[in-house]
Design a protein around this ligand. Structure first.
Ligand code: NAD
Length: 256
């Protein structure tokens, strides 16, 4: 009997085998969860379909979170494919390349709105939609954030502001949905080489600095994130909601 046996999960954010969404999905599948996964755009569709078959996903659905219709449609499709919904993983973010370099304060209005819409508003819209299917059984939702929400990280810029909004959203949504026994949490992951990470200038320096200066003197792995996700999503985390759990080898505690 796995830690999430019989649980029905919706996973957003798989682009390839390095995606944190995929690593988390693998962990959930290994502990007995059934799932529906989404992809954004035709460019990644066939790759995501291959990964989904490894996960034995019940369905693979297109979802662009900038379209409200897509979010509701994918939640409804999950309900149909799995007969309910218990777990949601939101591992979605995007910022224009030019917004991830130079000064934060030079961000344009369209770049600001796009980053906030995709990285923060989408979690609110998804939580609201998913809660419709969860109300009788309770449920657990998880999103992914980064330390750049709390402190200035060079070049992270509008993505840091987006993650700050996302972390605040986690608390507000947790308060809204707690009476329905729905838990809402975030993992603040240390840097890991993924497709999105490549878009952040000097990402390799972030990686080596985090590895050298964190208390555990190492970088985190996808497995570290997936294990923490399993804790928060499963009943092991039954008493935890509105939390931002750092999975960063302790990097965030260091003052100097
Ligand atoms: P990734 O590139 O594999 O995943 C990002 C996903 O966002 C992709 O699947 C992409 O298709 C999706 N996406 C972008 N725009 C979208 C849209 N409009 N609609 C639907 N989906 C859209 O990279 P990742 O590192 O696995 O990122 C997952 C999450 O983890 C992100 O929120 C990221 O900010 C966060 N995170 C990553 C790191 C890291 O170092 N990799 C650290 C902390 C937090």
């Amino acid at each position: 009997m796995g830690l999430v046996s019989g649980k029905k999960a919706l996973i957003l954010g798989i682009a390839n085998e390095r995606s944190l969404a995929y690593v988390i999905a693998q962990r959930l599948a290994s502990e007995g969860a059934a799932m529906v996964v989404t992809y954004q755009g035709e460019a990644v569709e066939s790759r995501v379909r291959n990964l989904a078959s490894e996960l034995q996903a019940a369905a693979v659905e297109p979802c662009d979170v900038t379209r409200d219709g897509d979010i509701d449609a994918v939640v409804d499709a999950t309900g149909r494919a799995l007969g309910g919904l218990d777990l949601v993983v939101h591992a979605v973010a995007f910022a224009d390349k030019e917004a991830l370099v130079g000064r934060y304060c030079d961000v344009t209005r369209p770049s600001f709105l796009k980053a906030l819409e995709i990285g923060a508003y989408s979690f609110t819209a998804l939580a609201r939609s998913a809660a419709r299917l969860m109300q009788s059984s309770g449920g657990s939702m998880l999103t992914l954030t980064y330390f750049g929400a709390e402190k200035v990280v060079p070049h992270y810029n509008v993505m840091g502001v987006t993650k700050a909004a996302l972390e605040a959203s986690v608390r507000y949504i947790a308060a809204d949905l707690g009476p329905d026994a729905i838990r809402v949490n975030a993992i603040s992951a240390g840097p890991i080489k993924t497709l999105s990470a490549k878009g952040v200038r000097d990402f390799n320096s972030m990686l080596s600095l985090a590895g050298e200066r964190s208390p555990l003197r190492r970088n985190i792995t996808g497995r570290d994130v997936a294990d923490a996700a399993l804790f928060l999503l499963s009943d092991l985390g039954a008493g935890v909601t509105g939390e931002v759990l750092h999975v960063d080898a302790g990097y965030n505690i260091m003052g100097m």
